[in-house]
Write a protein that binds this ligand. Structure first.
Ligand code: GAP
Length: 449
């Protein structure tokens, strides 16, 4: 087996996602809608796996974090208090010549709309407006009346839904700082320059956790969460050489942050933020206390009051999804044939195993394969495939990252054993058909620890 290709490009990943039904451009029959995507079957399964692995690490396996699912449309005063109405902006310039819009702080990365395309401002023909601040929140109207009082926003982050519920959760969850509240859900940002596939989209699924701590312990918890989150990304199989931590300097930090570090991944477009870990201090609880008149503070058993500080790890499923596919993608020569293989971690892989009758028209093989499939699918996402040559079926499963294939063949009819083929090593071994379920349970358990 030998590798054939240079490092993967974003176009290669886009094309695999389309070819194998992970992700499609949205509204395609109407010409699409820039940078919005729909997920097909394997995309949905992969996203579900990422979400549940995050939830398991952040909530299920801990005593100190509880879950929340807050509304997407909140009282608009939430966004005044949080600073998003005034400050959640990017500087924007328009070009009167090519009619495109650019982020003023990223002109060196942008290309204008003319042919040959140039960097905006590069030629005398470019006619750029002065930068103006553009708010990234999507506005909507609540109720039948369309006036200023009905204006609301689609949330640009899930975090604020957590802060405004601090009192409810602290009272009812029987937790004291340090404790966390975790939430997964859609966030929306009217990005000026979305792009690079799912990396920067206008609608994405965030996984955020706000960890409330005594103020004196904030730095220690910041270091702890940075370390934990880096370890989690490694545990999904992202390679060490493609991960790094970058600390924000003061000018780069968000309005609420007193320290932020990005966990960066080496995407095909270069090192970029995968997940952010921020020390938000007491900014949010203080702002909501002032704006709502409800005290969001902690009172300890001795009656001492304080506003907890907040450490926040925040990431989107989309950024993890792209990183995982880029990391897992390999082209290699096996024998004299080329194969594309997604070496996804078994916990992330959309399908855990394929069940393949070697000769589908043979009744004995077909029946045994179908029976095995029906047993396994009660416990795991597995696929039964009886169309086409066996080599083609293996290749199909390799491309969607299925870790194992169980093949029912002639020998099965004699001794009730099947072969199991390993996606990565291509090694094959035989095992009793009655032991496949346990073998698969063990293999998945082994790869989970
Ligand atoms: N609550 C803090 C917050 O929202 P952020 O750095 O703006 O901080 C957190 O976003 C994470 O959300 C990022 O690290 C990234 O994983 C993801 N994210 C942000 N904007 C995104 C976009 N337009 N498309 C996909 N993911 C995005």
């Amino acid at each position: 087996m030998s590798e054939t290709a240079p490092p993967v490009t974003m176009d290669t990943i886009v094309s695999l996602c389309r070819r194998r039904g992970f992700v499609f451009p949205s509204s395609e029959i109407y010409g699409g809608l820039g940078s919005t995507y729909d997920y097909g079957h394997y995309g949905v399964l992969t996203k579900n796996n990422i979400r549940s692995l995050w939830f398991r690490a952040m909530v299920q396996e801990r005593d100190d974090i509880v879950a929340l699912d807050s509304a997407i449309i909140l009282n608009p005063r939430v966004w005044e208090a949080s600073g998003h109405v005034a400050g959640f902006t990017d500087p924007l310039v328009d070009c009167r010549t090519c009619k495109l819009r650019f982020r003023a702080d990223q002109l060196e990365l942008a290309r204008c709309g003319r042919k040959p395309s140039k960097r905006p401002g590069e030629t005398p023909d470019c006619d750029l407006t002065e930068p103006r601040q553009f708010n990234l929140m999507f506005e909507t109207q609540v109720g039948a009346l369309q006036d200023e009082s009905s204006t609301a926003f689609l949330r640009p982050e899930t975090a604020q839904g957590i802060f405004i519920n601090f009192k409810n959760v602290a009272q009812l969850a029987r937790r004291k700082p340090p404790f966390g509240i975790a939430q997964v859900g859609k966030s929306f940002r009217n990005e000026i320059t979305p792009g690079n596939f799912l990396f920067r989209v206008r609608e994405f699924e965030q996984m955020e956790m706000e960890f409330f701590v005594p103020p004196a312990d904030a730095t220690q918890w910041f270091d702890y969460w940075l370390d934990q989150r880096l370890g989690w990304h490694r545990s999904l199989g992202l390679r060490e050489i493609n991960l790094r931590v970058r600390e924000h300097d003061e000018g780069e930090r968000s309005h609420y942050s007193s320290a932020t570090s990005d966990i960066e991944y080496l995407y095909p477009i270069g090192w970029q933020e995968l997940e952010g870990v921020a020390n938000r201090g007491d900014y949010d609880l203080t702002q909501h206390t002032q704006h709502s008149g409800t005290k969001l503070e902690w009172i300890d058993p001795d009656g001492n009051r304080y506003t907890p500080h907040v450490i926040e790890p925040a990431v989107s499923i989309e950024r993890i999804f792209v990183a995982l596919l880029c990391d897992a993608y390999h082209e290699e020569i096996v024998g004299d044939r080329e194969r594309v293989v997604l070496r996804l971690h078994p916990q992330v892989a959309p399908v855990k195993a394929a069940i393949l009758p070697l000769v589908p028209r043979d009744d004995g093989m077909a029946t045994r394969a179908r029976t095995l499939y029906e047993e396994l699918r009660r416990h795991h996402v597995v696929e039964h495939d009886d169309s086409g040559q066996i080599g083609r079926r293996y290749r199909r499963q390799d491309e969607i990252g299925t870790p194992w294939a169980f093949t029912v063949d002639d020998q099965t009819l004699e001794d009730e054993t099947v072969t199991v083929r390993d996606r990565d090593s291509l090694a094959q071994e035989r095992l009793p058909i009655g032991g496949v379920r346990e073998w698969l349970d063990d293999a998945l358990q082994r790869d989970c620890s």
